[in-house]
Design a protein around this ligand. Structure first.
Ligand SMILES: C[S@@+](CC[C@H](N)C(=O)[O-])C[C@H]1O[C@@H](n2cnc3c(N)ncnc32)[C@H](O)[C@@H]1O
Length: 506
């Protein structure tokens, strides 16, 4: 045997799902969904293309019933695409495209044993206890899963990526839901196939993600609710606004627990998830943990809901379209205004991704790990009217205002996290009941749990409301004062104490 292939995993290859715990559904003739397409030779798309009712409802046309007959294009099984198994570095086996693939093309079905959600949980635990490091269970619907551990198709070898070129899609064939892997974009022959697992986490061990994507969320399944409530290292969960630029100040206090004495290891860096790999090599060995480090970086992620906060720093920044503004970072640890760095030495660009890219399943995490205090650097007309000294005083005031904002973001963010955590844990109590009943409602839970749920939801909403109104109040007060009420003469005379911005009650 080729030594390269010695450790090819043992599993039974199957071409369609197996049903052991229940019978395959038998579809009655009257339940068969028949589309209204009419095949027209001059328009090949007329045969069950984008406009086909079945395509629109992710239902495969049933052979013998589709009006387009053999021309029907909505029969996914008819296609067989070439893929090749290969050994990756650190991620076990993977699957390569053995031909060029077009965006949207069906590649392969994820086949395995269809089992109940409870059985999936039990098996997942058992596999883990047996030391199986690869997980092959994916969720099929609220009450069932597909386990491809012992029996499966080649799709079981497709690895996860946080920047995937494939995606899973569910569609119904003869009344049964099936999971297909589809190309998300054009894929060149020889490229590794990968999709975002984002599957329900069964409480298993955390698996470090080695996908290498700049937006890597750090762990497999890190976006799943189960993962977050079990492991909830809130500060390590993705932040979704990428900030591109040259250098910025990073306060490593947040990850100090994981960081060894000497410098920031690659591992520790990965714990932080959001710090791009490129920066790792740039961090000086022996750098004191908790001190401010200046590292080159490529992107830094904050959540969708953080956009609102950042908008406060960059007025006019659209929430759903890319924008670029300049920021100047200052040392937010400094308690003394005189020590605030006003040199524009640390400049970063900020761009905001699209709504879809910003989408996040959990609530926001404060940016406390990376304390960047933003100050507008674009010179406004008013400021230019003032003398050099006045401008300096202004930037000091601005820096102070910014520090206060950062403080609010940080303190408020902590509270919001606690509330989100509490809500997630209550949801976990409710989830089995919901999923057992195959519907997303809280009807089937005990009144006491429902009450807890309502209380946690209200508390989260209240905190979010306070949080945002606090930011708004501070911005309105501070900018109002800074730009309208402070006269240059006051600043030149040594400052106006009433210009101090008070931290509003949070
Ligand atoms: C469905 S299997 C994929 C095939 C697997 N590589 C194999 O050799 O059979 C999922 C497992 O592959 C590994 N894996 C997949 N994507 C990974 C990634 N991005 N980083 C690290 N491990 C990964 C993990 O062990 C995961 O539990």
């Amino acid at each position: 045997m080729d030594p390269e292939n010695e450790d090819i995993p043992q599993y039974e290859h199957i071409y369609q799902n197996e049903f052991s715990y229940r019978k395959h559904k038998k579809q009655k003739e009257e339940d068969i969904a028949i589309c209204e397409c009419k095949f027209d030779f001059s328009d090949p798309d007329s045969a069950c293309g984008e406009r086909c009712l079945n395509v629109l409802t992710s239902t495969e046309c049933t052979p013998g019933y589709c009006p387009c007959g053999v021309y029907c294009k909505n029969q996914v099984n008819a296609v067989l695409l070439m893929t090749t198994l290969f050994k990756t570095e650190g991620r076990g086996w993977g699957l390569l495209a053995a031909e060029n693939l077009k965006a949207g093309q069906f590649i392969i079905e994820y086949c395995g044993e269809v089992i109940s959600w409870k059985e999936a949980k039990r098996r997942s635990q058992a596999y883990e206890n047996h030391g199986l490091k690869d997980a092959y269970i994916i969720s099929l619907n609220a009450s069932e899963s597909i386990d491809a551990t012992k029996k499966g198709s080649l799709a079981r070898f497709i690895n996860h990526s946080c920047q995937p070129n494939c995606e899973t899609r569910k569609w119904t064939v003869l009344g049964e839901i099936r999971v297909g892997i589809f190309a998300k974009q054009d894929i060149l022959i020889g490229s590794e196939l990968a999709y975002d697992y984002n599957f329900e986490w069964y409480g298993g061990a955390k698996v470090r993600c080695l996908c290498g994507a700049p937006n890597c969320s750090g762990f497999l399944g890190a976006k799943s609710r189960g993962f977050q409530s079990e492991n909830f290292p809130a500060k390590f969960i993705d932040r979704r606004i990428p900030i591109y630029g040259k250098t910025m100040m990073i306060d490593f206090k947040e990850i100090a627990g994981q960081v060894p004495d000497k410098g920031v290891s690659k591992e520790a860096f990965k714990e932080g998830q959001n710090y791009p790999k490129r920066a790792v090599s740039q961090v000086t060995r022996g750098q004191q943990i908790g001190s401010m480090l200046t590292v080159p970086f490529q992107s830094f992620w904050v959540r969708q809901s953080e956009v609102a906060k950042l908008s406060a720093f960059f007025p006019g920044m659209a929430e759903d379209e890319p924008a670029t503004k300049l920021l100047k970072a200052v040392d937010s640890n400094s308690e003394n205004d005189a020590n605030i760095k006003t040199e524009p030495s640390i400049t970063v660009d900020v761009s905001v991704k699209s709504e879809q890219q910003l989408e996040s399943t959990v609530d926001p995490v404060p940016m406390e790990g990376v304390v960047v205090t933003a100050v507008k650097t674009e010179s406004s007309e008013e400021i230019n009217l003032y003398s050099q000294d006045a401008q300096q005083a202004f930037s000091q005031k601005n820096a102070m205002i910014s520090r206060i904002r950062t403080h609010i973001l940080s303190v408020g963010g902590e509270l919001k996290n606690e509330a989100a955590c509490q809500l997630a844990s209550v949801y976990d109590e409710i989830r089995p009941a919901i999923e057992e009943h195959e519907r997303d409602s809280q009807d089937s839970v005990a009144t006491s749990v429902a009450e807890k749920w309502i209380e946690a939801s209200c508390s989260k909403l209240r905190i979010e409301f306070d949080f945002h109104s606090s930011i708004l109040k501070n911005i309105v007060c501070s900018t109002g004062k800074a730009y309208e009420q402070v006269k240059p003469s006051e600043l030149e005379e040594g400052g106006n104490d009433t210009n101090e911005v008070k931290l509003l009650e949070y």
